[in-house]
Write a protein that binds this ligand. Structure first.
Ligand SMILES: [Fe+2]
Length: 320
């Protein structure tokens, strides 16, 4: 499979429009071929509403039971090996940002979702959105598997016409008042990451980590070449424990989430954003690309849990 963590650590961490990195050949080409050959048939997937693709969650053993036995074994091993290396490598990339927000109290992180995703020419459109409905999500990773030779169905990252919100910005009202699944006024494309097989795009979750994909027409795809195959990727989200929602906002996740999903703007929700951004701005000011020994220890000490209850021996992946 190759050295996943060093590959991630050597990729460049960008901070505009929000922290993100793209890591090419995150797994070896031989392992990528194995992923492709063990990819389940589309009939095993479930069509999602509003997100433009079909998904197959694989983050619990019972979800693998309907697959062919060899596929089941492969994805179990993926979850227990490549996946955990990807998570530790990503945690290390965002170490300073994570420490500034969660501090030494953080002793574990949780894998919320691990999905295989597939879409076809007819069914693909993920508009601009962010994930602030879950304020303890740390990062999202997308591992690109294949797209029939096309590269134009990658990921779009957005800012506000070159700007990003800060604690004094009038954009706070806009952010608070926009449901986090919707595109707010003033949002514009900032960075585009091509779809390249074996590339992983990872972004750190902030209240303005707007991402998605601009519509692509069949004609656009045809221009790139005649071969059209399903677009496939692996998606994962990793979060800090939900207790931190209570700690940051004095409110449980079940009360917090609806306010973000509906875009409730008031003094309280705007105050939350201001606090979040204040912490984030402090991180940005001191952020350096070098991982200090202290941060390395911090990340290595974190336990990884699955919200599905899946148990894993993670000890062998902590050697950063
Ligand atoms: Fe998303």
């Amino acid at each position: 499979m190759g050295p996943v963590i060093p590959r991630i650590l050597s990729s460049e961490l960008h901070t505009h429009p929000f922290p993100y990195f793209a890591s090419d050949n995150v797994v070896s080409s031989a392992y990528l071929d194995e992923i492709k050959s063990n990819w389940p048939a589309l009939e095993k997937f479930t069509k999602t509403d509003g997100y433009g693709y079909y998904v197959l969650p694989i983050d619990a053993p019972h979800l693998l039971q309907n697959l062919q036995p060899a596929q089941s074994v492969f994805w179990e091993e993926f979850s227990n090996n490549a996946m955990l290396q990807i998570v530790y490598g990503s945690l290390a990339k965002y170490a300073e940002f994570i420490f500034d927000r969660y501090g030494p109290e953080l002793d574990r992180v949780e894998i919320v979702n691990l999905f295989l995703c597939e879409s076809d020419d007819e069914f693909y459109a993920a508009g601009a959105h962010n994930h602030s409905h879950d304020p303890t999500w740390l990062f999202t990773n997308l591992v690109y598997i294949n797209d029939g030779g096309s590269s134009i169905r990658g990921s779009q990252l957005y800012d506000f016409d070159g700007d990003i919100p800060n604690t004094e910005s009038p954009l706070l009202d806009v952010l608070a008042g926009t449901p986090c699944g919707n595109r707010p006024d003033g949002l514009s494309p900032a960075r585009y990451i091509d779809f390249v097989p074996g590339r992983m795009i990872s972004f750190f979750e902030t209240p303005f980590s707007y991402h998605g994909s601009e519509p692509v027409t069949k004609e656009d795809l045809v221009k790139q070449g005649p071969a059209r195959k399903p677009r496939r990727m692996i998606r994962m989200h990793v979060r800090a424990p939900l207790e931190f929602c209570e700690k940051f906002y004095n409110i449980g996740i079940d009360e917090y989430r609806p306010k973000k999903l509906s875009g409730e703007a008031n003094a309280t929700t705007i105050g939350w954003l201001r606090d979040d951004l204040s912490c984030y701005q402090r991180s940005l000011e001191k952020s350096s690309s070098d991982l200090s020994p202290g941060m390395l220890d911090y990340i290595s000490s974190l336990d990884i849990k699955w919200v599905t209850g899946r148990e894993r021996d993670i000890s062998r992946y902590r050697d950063l």
